[in-house]
Design a binder for this molecule. Structure first.
Ligand SMILES: *[C@@H]1O[C@H](CO)[C@@H](O)[C@H](O)[C@H]1NC(C)=O
Ligand SMILES: *[C@@H]1O[C@H](CO)[C@@H](O)[C@H](O)[C@H]1NC(C)=O
Length: 464
């Protein structure tokens, strides 16, 4: 007995639908993993490459409006930014040299012989100087912020600019100022290292972490662990080096640095041709281990020391909340990776349940703590304080639109690299300012910097 024609037809249509759906889904997947190649460079990722990643993975880019209930008006924008793309540090240039000494002139595999003619664009004399890519990153951000929050930026007398004393931050701030849209006298840059470079004054941090070689042991273990050993072997074979030269973990780091910096500066690198996506994931993780243990969740002092920064942000938001005469409507503070990573941690953002360790690379394939996405060059975090008119807002409407049912007069949102994020204490992407302050009072309002740090007079140190 055969089924009626309608039934057969129905089954056929259903099968076709399933097929289309399945291929759409697999498209998404290849898309997303394809896109990862732009953001496998840990904290050495150019902001433009983060944007390329989002475009390729079909993730909506930039500030998307309206990201707030209709009856809420922004009253202050408070932003912390990392400086833009810069030249590598002396240490990184030395790692590059260790690698190129072994590789350049010794490649036999015809696919990679062009590496034998490679010339470095990273002179020691330029160490850590901002490059044009970095200036452009901040010019572009100035345009984006001006477009997203014109009502807060248009009057320059209410815009405040702060920077660390270091040239790459100052120059980033200047590039930003050149492009923000407003009227009145151009804002001046205020230098404040106590807020932007708190890590220089924190004796406990310097002793326990920064100058303590064992504090970074997970990264060292991973550098000499099985994933890296295997990679060294496979790269040696791929390049097929003269006299059977062997590469070690440090050489791989050097190679990765050249690849990362060339991609940041020029958008491509022949050194990256040697690395497949899986290799990049391994090297990206190696670098993330360092960011994690030296600047982030690894040790409490890493982020507890940033309480003066969060306290300052809340104090300034308060000035708008209390409508203090002449309070700033927009604040932009330019610092370093060492400034922004601890702040993320203090807020509880991008925290994985399991710590990043040398032995759990596989577990962290889809980790939240991904430096390339959270703190690339020119990485930025924005706090937006809103005044909301409770009259005429129904809790049903808010619930329908994904907002908290109970909108208070003062609400706050946080954006990281132009994307709205959800703070851990708050079930929505907009929280009551009162709750916000209550949740961070332990660090912010009761910031005990001297207790956490044993304050010291700063010395010159190597920062990102
Ligand atoms: C990603 O997928 C979308 C839709 O399936 C497609 O239009 C786009 O071209 C894809 N991008 C790449 C880089 O494959
Ligand atoms: C250095 O780090 C290790 C590992 O975290 C720790 O056990 C040791 O106490 C630290 N040393 C100092 C001086 O804090």
């Amino acid at each position: 007995m055969s089924a009626p024609v309608e039934c057969k037809l129905f089954t056929l249509v259903l099968l076709i639908l399933i097929f289309i759906l399945a291929s759409e889904l697999s498209n998404c997947k290849t898309n997303e993993s394809d896109a990862m190649k732009y953001v496998c460079f840990s904290s050495k990722t150019a902001y433009e490459n983060l944007l390329k990643y989002r475009r390729t993975a079909n993730i909506k880019d930039g500030f998307v409006f309206p990201p707030r209930p209709m009856k809420c008006q922004p009253i202050q924008l408070n932003v912390v930014l990392r400086h833009g793309t810069r030249h590598p540090s002396v240490k990184d240039i030395q790692k590059m040299q260790a690698c190129t000494t072994k590789v350049v002139g010794n490649v036999i595999n015809a696919d990679f012989v062009h590496l034998n003619n490679w010339k470095s664009s990273f002179p020691l004399s330029h160490e850590k100087q901002l490059v044009d890519v970095g200036r452009r990153e901040h010019e572009d951000l100035a345009v984006k912020y001006s477009t997203a929050f014109p009502e807060l930026i248009s009057d320059f007398s209410r815009v405040k600019i702060v920077s660390s004393r270091i040239s790459r931050s100052l120059e980033s701030a200047q590039s930003f100022i050149n492009k923000i849209a407003g009227v009145g006298e151009t804002p001046k840059i205020n230098i404040n290292d106590h807020i932007m470079r708190f890590f220089e004054y924190c004796q406990n941090y310097l002793d326990r972490v920064d100058h303590n070689k064992s504090a970074n042991s997970e990264m060292k273990k991973f550098k000499n662990g099985p994933e890296m050993k295997q990679l060294a072997t496979s790269l040696g074979e791929k390049l097929s080096l003269q006299n059977n030269i062997q590469l070690n973990g440090d050489d791989l780091m050097g190679l990765f640095r050249i690849c990362a910096y060339e991609v940041a500066f020029y958008g491509f690198s022949h050194w990256c041709d040697v690395l497949n996506l899986e290799d990049l994931h391994v090297l990206d993780y190696l670098d993330d281990l360092k960011q994690y243990w030296k600047k982030s969740y690894g040790y409490v002092v890493n982020y507890a020391q940033s309480c003066p920064l969060l306290a300052d942000i809340i104090h300034t938001l308060d000035s708008a909340a209390d409508s203090k005469e002449g309070h700033p409507k927009a604040v932009f503070q330019f610092g370093h990776a060492e400034t922004i990573f601890p702040l993320f941690c203090l807020l509880g953002l991008f925290k994985d349940e399991v710590p990043l360790r040398a032995d759990n690379f596989r577990v962290h394939r889809n980790r939240k703590f991904r430096s390339s996405v959270i703190s690339p060059f020119a990485g930025n975090i924005a706090f937006v304080l809103y005044h909301c008119d409770k009259e005429g807002m129904t809790s049903e409407e808010n619930r329908r639109d994904g907002w908290p049912e109970d909108i208070q007069n003062l609400m706050v949102q946080v954006y990281v690299n132009e994307k709205l994020v959800q703070l851990p204490f708050c079930g929505h992407k907009m929280c009551s300012y009162e709750e916000f302050k209550k949740n961070y009072k332990q660090y912010a309002t009761n910031c005990d910097y001297n207790g956490v740090c044993k304050r010291k007079t700063p010395e010159k140190k190597d920062e990102l």
